[in-house]
Write a protein that binds this ligand. Structure first.
Ligand SMILES: O=C(O)CCC(=O)C(=O)O
Ligand SMILES: [Fe+2]
Length: 240
């Protein structure tokens, strides 16, 4: 444990401490560190973030429709980067200097992931189990072709799902099958159902690497039993 209060990942990434590396195939990988930060420090940071971050719930545009984003968000970025834009929404970029705790968390992430140079951060707050993020990938051009994304979670545990994007071939097969879903016994054979689930713990870090954004989708679905606030920080590197 360092002064910053975080636990270094073990030298063998898939070894002790519950750390898990999942090889998703074709150059995609997920690395999960359940005890990245100590619980006490994580609660201290949770309360700071809950209170001090200027959370907003913007109007976004998806599939030709406007809707309120189903969670609170905020965006922090270094000066001089290209603007982030998603779902017809361009968030205001706050400065790291406005929120010193974010710099401490960034330092902890950089120390744990040698070579990483994150310069932007998307913050999410899920107030209840009705808040969620639907299936998507963070494949915006400004992150480059194979971005590393580090996601740190605080508060209520929520499920994080990953599923493979349908390939052109499997999409065609689905079209041919029309509306009837396949019988349960056949479902596992479809590439659509290749899926992984993680329960993201208070103080944990999950890292997506390689071609995960190109080839996989991820989501945090609604959960009626999740009855307290979860805050999630996703660190990214905008290419300059
Ligand atoms: O809340 C999470 O764990 C994921 C958030 C996410 O996927 C995103 O901000 O792009
Ligand atoms: Fe994402």
């Amino acid at each position: 444990m360092s002064l910053l209060g975080f636990v270094r990942p073990s030298p063998n990434p898939s070894g002790g401490g519950g750390n898990r590396t999942i090889d998703l195939g074709n150059g995609s990988e997920v690395f999960y560190v359940p005890r990245f930060l100590s619980p006490d420090r994580s609660w201290e940071w949770f309360h700071y973030l809950d209170k001090e971050i200027p959370w907003t719930r913007p109007l976004i545009h998806v599939f030709g429709r406007s809707c309120v984003q189903p969670r609170d968000v905020c965006y922090v970025a270094s000066k001089g980067l290209s603007d982030l834009q998603y779902s017809g929404y361009q968030p205001h970029a706050y400065s790291w200097d406005d929120y010193p705790v974010l710099k401490d968390i960034l330092e902890a992430v950089h120390e744990a992931l040698p070579g990483s140079k994150f310069n932007s951060l998307l913050l999410n707050r899920y107030k209840t189990g009705s808040d969620y993020v639907s299936w998507h990938s963070d494949d915006e051009k400004l992150y480059g072709p194979a971005p590393e994304i580090a996601s740190v979670s605080f508060g209520c545990e929520r499920e994080f799902l990953l599923k493979k994007k349908p390939t052109k071939k499997s999409a065609k097969m689905q079209d041919a099958a029309h509306s009837e879903p396949p019988p349960a016994s056949k479902r596992h054979k479809s590439s659509h159902t290749e899926q992984h689930a993680f329960v993201l713990k208070h103080g944990s870090m999950l890292v997506m690497r390689g071609y995960t954004q190109r080839d996989w989708l991820h989501s945090v679905p609604k959960r009626s039993k999740a009855n307290s606030v979860r805050i999630n920080l996703t660190f990214r590197q905008v290419m300059v």
